[in-house]
Design a protein around this ligand. Structure first.
Ligand code: ADP
Length: 280
């Protein structure tokens, strides 16, 4: 924990101290090394942040990278469903009275996933904890999980600018943030708030993914922007960050999500690899 050599932020770190949890204050995983930690965040819930996290993870796996996903959206955890592992449970190994080791569940496609929903007895049990407990549990899920060697850990962040988001932004060694928004929210103040918060940390913002950008007419293949007359480029320009991709409203994806085969759908479908071509 006190050695900077494995820290994902080591080249971007301004701390002159010997880092780890004692120097710069950033947390490091105890059981593995992670080259890049990417936070995926949105201004509010329901815009497709988790879906985009799953899509990005699956396209990275398809490229052959070693990928992990930490579901930090504790009150709305949906990553196990995306990866079709919601009937599995993560194995918790006690180290001593106060410490545990968490073993992530590996999806069929090889992504290591950890989520509160893989630790509670039943996935529909609510998590009724106050903020400080959630924050402390989340911290443990990052540091005490057996991630092994990862090229990318994607963190599905809680939506908005809550206390938990603040903790993740401040104490996790995030290498970059990706913002997810829908066209109608691109110009809203909640997205601006998230961007301003990230810049204050300061954290590098890679750009914005516009989700539910358009539908494709089944008759003539025309792309129709149903939610906004402005283009995604115009929206990104307004936000002052690069546009990383536009995702269509895709009912086949929704169906795949419902059936727990979204990972397979994304890996088999070139659409998503093409959209994020060149990103990683
Ligand atoms: P968030 O994480 O922002 O709360 P989710 O990723 O859980 O949002 O998505 C909310 C709902 O919208 C889910 O039911 C998901 O299946 C659906 N959804 C998200 N993106 C798309 C898309 N591009 N096409 C079709 N359905 C989508």
């Amino acid at each position: 924990m006190s050695d900077c050599s494995t820290c994902p932020s080591k080249n971007k770190c301004s701390s002159k101290d010997t880092v780890g949890s004692q120097g710069c204050g950033k947390l490091l995983p105890k059981y593995g090394t992670i080259k890049n930690v990417i936070g995926i965040i949105s201004g509010k819930g329901g815009v497709g942040k988790s879906t985009v996290t799953g899509i990005l993870a699956s396209t990275l796996r398809k490229k052959g990278y070693k990928v992990g996903v930490l579901d930090a959206d504790i009150t709305g955890p949906s990553m196990p469903r995306f990866f079709g592992i919601n009937d599995k449970r993560a194995v918790i190994e006690p180290i001593d009275e106060n410490n545990f080791k968490y073993n992530p569940v590996e999806s069929k496609g090889g992504t290591k996933v950890l989520s509160m929903n893989l630790l509670i007895p039943k996935e529909d049990d609510p998590v009724v904890w106050r903020g400080p407990i959630v924050t402390s549990v989340l911290t443990q899920l990052f540091t005490d999980t057996v991630w092994g060697e990862l090229d990318y850990l994607l963190i599905d962040m809680p939506p908005g600018t809550s206390d938990i988001t603040l903790t993740v932004m401040q104490s996790f060694p995030i290498t970059e943030l990706i913002i997810v928004s829908t066209p109608q929210d691109m110009v809203s103040m909640i997205v601006k708030k998230v961007i301003t918060m990230a810049k204050k940390m300061p954290l590098q913002i890679r750009g914005v993914v516009e989700n539910m950008s358009y539908i494709v007419c089944p008759g003539c293949d025309t792309k129709m922007r149903v939610f906004s007359k402005k283009s995604a480029e115009e929206h990104a320009e307004y936000l002052g960050i690069p546009l990383l991709g536009e995702l269509p409203i895709n009912v086949d994806l929704t169906e795949a999500l419902e059936q727990g085969i979204a990972e397979q759908y994304v890996m088999d479908n070139d659409l998503y690899s093409l959209i994020f071509e060149g990103l990683y």
